[in-house]
Ligand binder design. Sequence first.
Ligand code: VOV
Length: 251
Amino acid sequence: MSQAVNTYEGWFVYHDFRKIDWNKWKSINPSKREQMIQELLDTIQEWSTVEDNRKGSFGQYAILGHKADLLFVHLRPTIDELNEVKLQFDKLDIADVTSTPYSFTSVVELSSYTIPPGTDPFSDPAFRERLEPILPKTQYVCFYPMNKRRLGEDNWYMLSVEERRKMMKSHGMIGRSYAGRVRQIITGAIGFDDWEWGVSLFSDDPLTFKKLVTEMRFDEVSARFGEFGPFYVGCRLTSDGLTSLLSDNIK
Ligand code: VOV
């Protein structure tokens, strides 16, 4: 049996993708719609305050393409709190005009591949900040789930720690060459969801997502072992942005 990697876990994460039933939304009278938007904004305001006390983080995005319209990302210390925010949304009036085409439940994860043996990562405040991250306030987000392949010779879980460490080192070096242009939050989902990891990338230039993901595809760990789910790309929404997404051009 090959040796399992040691992982460190931080905040739990809920990626809540929502699709709006525009026909239903437009059929609601304007003053009721306004009231529903206000109720949503009040809830979002409450969700956002977790960042002030470092009790979690929250982000909202408009998603491109047919797969979803909105993405709410919640980070919280416990999975119970994630359940609460999920139910809180579902009880809002506006929830009746939305559906959930996709969601992802996971936990911020760092693995020990690149940590020198014998070091106590928790003594490093920067390490804790990586486990309990405030979502970067960049203009764009990219999210996708992924697995490490278990197929014949290409079985990640049968490799030795040393082989895996070598590949993760190369992976990390490519990632670091994008420092300042993109930030990643890797979340582990084994036991929680249908894929093994969620990859959340943040940047002010959407092309950086394409460049980084392409470069990683040519690196051994992704080329041989990476299996990828659906990709989502979105633009960060302020409260005003969310209000105009729901209100502009609606007759
Ligand atoms: C934006 C840059 C970037 C940087 C700097 C970076 C660095 C690192 C380091 C140093 C480490 C290992 C230690 C740790 O931190 O866990 C990781 C770990 C991981 N990564 Fe990564 N990654 C990036 C980016 C980055 C991307 C774009 C992807 C998707 C891959 C692709 O082909 O689409 C990814 C995936 C992962 C995963 C799934 C893991 C966990 C693997 C496991 O088996 O445990 N990652 N990653």
